[in-house]
Design a protein around this ligand. Sequence first.
Ligand SMILES: [Fe+2]
Length: 292
Amino acid sequence: MPAVTKLSYLGFNVSDFSQWHTILFEILGLEARQDSPQGQIQLRMDSHHHRFTFFESDTNSTAFVGWEVDSIDQFHALYQHLQQLGIGVELASPQDKEARQVLELMKFRGPDNVAMEVCFAPFHDNQPYEPSCTRFGQYVTDDQGLGHILYCHSDMEAALTFYRDALGMRISDYIHWDEARATFLHCNPRHHSLAICNPCFGTGAGELNHFMLQADNIDDVGQAYDRVAAMDVPLVLTLGKHTNDQMTSFYMVTPSGFAIEYGYGGAEIHDDEAWEIALYNAPKVWGHNLVE
Ligand SMILES: [Fe+2]
């Protein structure tokens, strides 16, 4: 069965990009492309041409979630597979492929009408990523993709079926706590590239709760945490460690309402046969205290 293998890129509509400067540049050290098209800001975090696109808009919303496949054969097979499932999938125009800076691109709607895309062969820049603030190391990307996202969905059963049967993702584990029922899915060694949850904690159906970026060393996360305190960046959750993926991380509030998790040390799944799927009764081992 064809399957996506990475979370590749994300797009956001934002009403005031200036509000994002501190979090994106001074905390996370992303790089804004000086050659971004008019009305957009494209951001880098690794060798990819860009991983994020922020569109100047009247609203604040997620514009698209971009997944990636590993081969042209997988791209065509996935396109046929989605068609056979009755999912309204379209091959993108040359203009859209140019905008995303990918060789091949298809578009469709996921659960709760979330705009999704799958690309093959994103362009890599011959110039290295230049962090906009001091960083000791790199982001963990490459074969693990951009990071992970957590979406809330109105019908968890239907959403899980879509991500497993249409996109070929595999279940990592589950966490049930308070009113939350979360299922974690992987498509590469990263413990999860996607988590799905019932609408809860203020995140509605079809809305992004947070995305996560992972550093390859704890010091980048620790120094970013110091900068967050010094710059009064609002937190959702304090520094803490997750039960299931063992990630040490903290969560920041963004101007669009969703959160950004920044972490280190996430677990990896290299052998699905050997991996034991567990149900946890809490998301944290320590920390991750809710900031009111
Ligand atoms: Fe997360």
